[in-house]
Design a protein around this ligand. Structure first.
Ligand code: PRX
Length: 651
């Protein structure tokens, strides 16, 4: 475990504050007593099939499954033999009730334009786009890449894929042409859906140009559909590129959902690994839908009269599970906002909360740190009294940020759910239940029903209270990833290779004497920059692809706003580094990977610290990057003077 995570344990260890929900909240909560939670949790642990089988009655099935759970981790199957369709859970079943006229999606674009799609509007457009996909040759089992801004068409395209059993692969709009090509090729995507651009801080993000560039290296892609969003000029390649609105005009408004196996692949989402190329995390249909539906209800306490807003981008798993699938499966009203939180000014989010009377607000610690920096005057200008519940996700929330969120945004009235989960887990795993859990700032508290975690040493033995260790799952859960697309072996070795019989995806944690979990961050070399997982290895590869770079090592360092910043140590082939080259390398990384990976610091070094076998010792560089005096074991270091030299360079 790195020094930085050890450091964060110490600060949270001193955290003794506890905040219980108010009686008014508890009285109306979906889970309202500790005894109820205990009963659910024990039942799910002792009889997972019985527990999840009963909950699965809440899904709409074409054909009931033969068994709830079969097999053991890593190869589990949920609801085997059942026939189901995710779009039916999110749409069709709401049309037979009063919800047909309920707002499904309330959307606001960055320039201030708005759209409200009622459930029947969303249904109609999803059916139309499903027919469009079919007309472009997309069949059940094919993959479709979505590289889009935060506009309703993105949710429509996801659900349209689900309707016909095409597997979507969403690529966050901040990624570059190369990243798109890599993902298109890995998934062998047949169609790409994009837009002429999206609005971000008053400027157009040119998505179509990046797609065009990626096409040279994406041989599997046959057609590209382009949403007109910004009206900016784009090049349309005849017979390959089509405007969304042209295709939709002629499309039928009915499209029968395909009856899919419970384990049919719903989506692939690429996430960084510590080594090698990005991992195509694959989620399937029934278990994922059940997991996201139930956790939305339990953790966000969703009610029919709530306006719920998750500020994530749909390009990340949070947006998949908690903007689209989870809320819509519950028939909730989910809000979507296209742009930046500081456009036209730093009050935009609070303006949206006031304007739409948002009740439930789910964001990331990195955003909270930015709000703190911008000052209390921004939320202070708006009426936030509609808020009743706040959430946080993406990285450990620092207790002082938690307190600010509680005091300034929640006005000491709203419970905060600090939700721990991962792309791989599909749904929230460890989180307060807002009606019953007394929150401790910085702790994600306790496992949800159906989640059986432990904290273990490398040999698999459980650690004691307040002792740090590896956070593992001992029992399978319905929304867990089923494989890494095209590389089942890597799936098995990455998640099940470390601790016998357990799932381990890389986080360190400790449990306090009340049984509360405190996640300490990742134990490997993956960075968590502004809530986004980035592979150090990918950034290093990008740097090394510059003609003047000999070698690079990338590490994270504590960053006020982003949680972790990106520090690059670069050794050059010839000559000395200078400001010009720093600019050039920064631009180079942005081009190769995307703006999310923009280096915060680039330092030139004549040599990097390595082990005798030639592995760069990033754990030592982390100390240098953070300006700490290292107390780490340096016995495997090949040349001690290298470290000394790096420190002197800093002075
Ligand atoms: O390290 C944990 C951190 O984010 C990682 C998962 O990242 P990703 O797959 O991109 O998914 C982010 C959204 C679910 C985890 O391994 N993380 C996420 N939520 C928390 C967290 N760390 C501490 N507390 C959290 N609430």
């Amino acid at each position: 475990m790195s020094q930085s995570s050890a450091g964060s344990i110490e600060s949270v260890l001193q955290e003794g504050r506890k905040f219980a929900p108010r009686a008014e909240f508890t009285a109306r909560a979906n889970i309202s007593s500790e005894a109820e939670y205990e009963k659910m949790w024990n039942r799910a642990k002792d009889d997972p099939a019985g527990f999840w089988g009963e909950l699965a009655e809440n899904l709409t099935w074409f054909k009931k499954y033969d068994s709830v759970l079969s097999g053991n981790m890593p190869d589990t199957k949920w609801f085997n033999g059942g026939k189901i369709n995710a779009s039916v859970q999110c749409l069709d079943r709401h049309l037979t009730s009063w919800r047909k006229n309920k707002a499904a999606i309330i959307w606001e674009g960055e320039p201030g334009d708005t759209r409200v799609l009622r459930y029947q509007d969303l249904y109609r457009e999803v059916c139309q786009f499903a027919n469009v996909l079919k007309s472009l040759g997309v069949k059940t089992g094919d993959r479709v890449t979505l590289y889009m801004p935060m506009i309703p068409e993105l949710a429509i395209a996801m659900l349209a894929c689900a309707r016909i059993g095409a597997t979507h692969s969403i690529i966050f709009g901040g990624f570059s042409a190369d990243a798109i090509a890599d993902r298109n090729n890995d998934a062998k995507a047949k169609v790409v859906v994009t837009a002429d651009g999206g609005w971000r801080r008053g400027k157009v993000v040119s998505l179509k140009a990046a797609v065009d560039e990626s096409m040279e290296r994406s041989p599997s892609v046959e057609k590209v559909v382009v949403v007109r969003r910004t009206g900016s000029d784009v090049t349309m390649t005849p017979d390959r590129d089509f405007w969304w609105h042209d295709l939709m005009q002629d499309a039928d408004t009915d499209c029968d959902p395909v009856e899919l196996d419970s384990e049919h692949p719903l989506f692939i989402l690429y996430t960084s690994g510590s080594t090698g190329k990005p991992k195509g995390v694959l989620h399937t249909t029934a278990g994922y839908m059940l997991g996201t539906m139930m956790t939305s209800k339990w953790v966000f306490d969703l009610k029919d009269d709530d306006t719920y807003w998750c500020t994530a981008d749909i390009g990340w798993v949070t947006g998949h599970s908690y903007i689209v699938y989870g809320p819509l499966a519950n028939g909730a009203t989910t809000m979507m906002y296209e742009g930046a939180p500081n456009w036209p000014d730093e009050g935009r989010f609070w303006n949206l909360v006031e304007k739409y009377k948002v009740n439930i607000f789910y964001t990331a610690p990195t955003a909270i740190r930015a709000f703190i920096k911008w000052g209390d005057q921004w939320p202070g200008k708006y009426d936030l009294s509609s808020l009743r519940l706040l959430g946080s996700v993406g990285e450990p929330i620092n207790p002082e940020a938690w307190m600010w969120y509680h005091r300034v945004i929640g006005q000491e009235r709203c419970p905060i759910v600090d939700t721990w989960w991962q792309t791989e887990t599909g749904a929230i795993m460890i989180s307060p239940l807002p009606g019953i859990t007394a929150a401790k700032p910085g702790s994600c508290t306790k496992p949800l029903p159906g989640v059986v975690p432990d904290i273990v040493r490398k040999d698999g033995t459980s650690v004691g209270a307040n002792e740090g260790g590896l956070l593992v799952m001992k029992q399978p859960w319905p929304s867990m990833l089923r494989t890494l697309y095209g590389d089942h072996e890597r799936f098995v070795s990455t998640y099940f290779g470390d601790i016998e019989g357990c799932y381990f995806a890389g986080d360190g944690a400790r449990k306090d004497s009340d049984g509360y979990y405190w996640v300490m961050g990742r134990v490997d070399d993956v960075l968590n920059v502004a809530g986004h997982r980035l592979s150090t290895m990918e950034i290093e590869s990008a740097l090394v692809s510059h003609p003047n770079v000999a070698e690079a090592a990338v590490v994270g360092f504590p960053h006020d706003l982003k949680g972790e910043g990106i520090c690059c140590f670069v050794s050059l082939k010839s000559g000395d580094g200078n400001d010009e080259l720093i600019k050039e390398l920064t631009a180079h990384v942005r081009k190769q990977i995307g703006a999310v990976a923009t280096p915060d610091v680039i330092r030139f070094a004549t040599a990097l610290p390595k082990t005798r076998s030639g592995k760069i010792m990033r754990r030592l560089l982390r100390d240098v990057a953070a300006g700490r005096v290292s107390t780490q074991d340096t016995t495997t270091l090949e040349d001690l003077t290298v470290l000394e030299k790096l420190r002197q360079d800093e002075d």
